[in-house]
Design a protein around this ligand. Structure first.
Ligand SMILES: Cc1cc2nc3c(=O)[nH]c(=O)nc-3n(C[C@H](O)[C@H](O)[C@H](O)COP(=O)(O)OP(=O)(O)OC[C@H]3O[C@@H](n4cnc5c(N)ncnc54)[C@H](O)[C@@H]3O)c2cc1C
Length: 409
């Protein structure tokens, strides 16, 4: 495919970039998508290394009733209908009454957030229960394990605005494969990192190893991690309002991993395992067994522990997780392992964005157009921030705004 100057340049071929390109083309504006990496999908990537589809990044379509990708996921299973949770207490499985107490403590966590919604923005940690039997476990789960940052680092208002309701769909083919299919035949140039973007006008000029391209406007979909690290040099520099918004939306880190395992270990398919947090075990991983009956399990480790393991490297991370699994099931069950690392990859530098306490308005600020320059991605969505559905919707939003107000030629 040859690439000439289009109406619009789209930077990044993740969910936001793919949906932006589809929307622009459908509306009659030409575009070229420049993608730094060698593949489509960004933080959605499916591989078959473990013998069945395994997503390195986005795994569920959350909030499926409002998720714009639900309509494409014709092979998806509603995970909530088959999931069962097991809690490891450190030396035994939790009993039914302990599991019921966990459910009550989880309800109390969300009730406390709702009760504090009218207060000025503050860290989630300062309003949710602590000290109860399950509180540290729920804080760890709702912070590091789900949001990829500890509850001390999360804006209460941002969390309330982006609270996800079920159902949670699991596409059988994998979210990465689903997304790659939606990018078929789009004008995407891979291995084309944008090094600089001049938006001094008229229009934009981008430069990189691929040369130089001009357009009437650009939609930039790279992560706030890439923006904060100045992975793209803007001329003129971003104004303070946008630079502050980037600073206020730092990336958390969620490391996903998988292991082959042909035994069933007395646990049903899709069942989840969480571990009770104790002073001796403050940051446990979580595990999901045998998706679609496959011979592998997958799991997550998030927040500060994920960053520490990312710095230590994949071999150490894998060894650490094998050892943790062995404390529950004993040694020798796990086969081939796979550990993702979104933290060190310069095209992402984290898993997804979270607003700092006091900065819940940052997503709306980053979404404000700067003449011919627009930002879109999971970080700019309000409602589904941090998710692939939010990223998709934002690509559409940015493209639609250019179709409604075509940039000057
Ligand atoms: C481990 C993990 C688990 C997750 N689980 C879920 C989940 O279950 N459900 C869910 O909804 N979401 C989940 N997410 C989040 C979801 O994957 C992201 O929110 C979403 O994919 C972000 O899409 P995006 O288009 O905004 O950004 P990206 O996917 O990051 O796309 C931006 C693209 O820009 C490219 N790029 C970077 N720099 C440059 C440059 N200089 N020039 C050109 N291109 C560049 C990147 O390579 C990338 O392809 C998860 C993420 C991770 C990491």
């Amino acid at each position: 495919m040859s690439f000439t100057n289009p109406d619009v340049l789209v930077i990044g071929a993740g969910a936001a970039g793919i949906s932006a390109a589809r929307t622009l083309l459908a509306g009659g504006l030409s575009c070229v998508v420049l993608e730094a990496g060698p593949r489509l999908g960004g933080r959605a990537k499916t591989c078959l290394t473990l013998g069945a589809p395994f997503d390195h990044g986005a795994t569920w379509l959350h909030d499926a009733d409002t998720n714009p990708l639900t309509r494409f996921a014709t092979d998806a299973l509603d995970h909530d209908t088959v999931r069962e949770r097991h809690f490891w207490m450190g030396d035994r499985w939790a009993m039914l009454e302990e599991i019921a107490a966990h459910a009550r403590a989880e309800d109390a966590f969300f009730a406390a957030m709702d009760a504090a919604a009218a207060l000025p923005d503050c860290p989630v940690a300062s309003v949710v229960p602590q000290g109860g039997f399950w509180d540290a476990t729920i804080r760890h789960w709702q912070g590091a394990q789900i949001q990829a940052r500890e509850v001390e680092l999360l804006s209460l208002h941002d969390q309330i605005e982006n609270d996800l309701e079920g159902p949670n769909l699991l596409p059988r083919q994998g979210v990465g494969a689903l997304l790659a299919g939606l990018a078929a035949a789009l004008p995407i140039r891979l291995n084309a990192p944008v090094e600089s973007l001049d938006w001094s006008g008229p229009g934009v000029v981008v430069r990189g190893g691929f040369g130089q391209l001009r357009a009437r406007a650009a939609i930039v979909t790279v992560s706030t991690g890439v923006l904060a690290a100045e992975g793209i040099r803007f001329t003129p520099a971003l104004p303070p309002r946008h630079a502050q918004a980037v600073h206020d939306l730092p990336m958390g880190l969620l490391t996903k991993f998988g292991f082959r395992c042909s035994e069933r270990l007395g646990i049903g398919p899709f069942h989840g395992i969480r571990v009770r947090v104790t002073p001796e075990n403050p940051r446990p991983a979580s595990w999901i067994m045998w998706p679609f009956g496959a011979d592998h399990l997958f799991g997550f480790v998030g927040g500060a522990r994920a960053w520490a393991l990312s710095a230590a490297g994949p071999a150490e991370t894998e060894a650490d997780l094998r050892a943790e699994f062995a404390t529950i099931f004993g040694p020798g069950h796990l086969g081939q392992g796979l550990v993702t690392d979104w933290g060190e990859n310069p095209h992402f530098l984290g898993s997804y964005s979270q607003a700092r306490p006091g900065a819940a308005g940052a997503r709306a600020v980053l979404a404000e157009p700067l003449g011919p320059l627009l930002f879109a991605g999971e970080a700019t969505h309000r409602g589904l921030a941090g998710t692939i559905g939010g990223a998709w919707a934002e690509g559409e939003r940015a493209a639609t705004s250019l179709l409604d107000n075509p940039p000057a030629a």
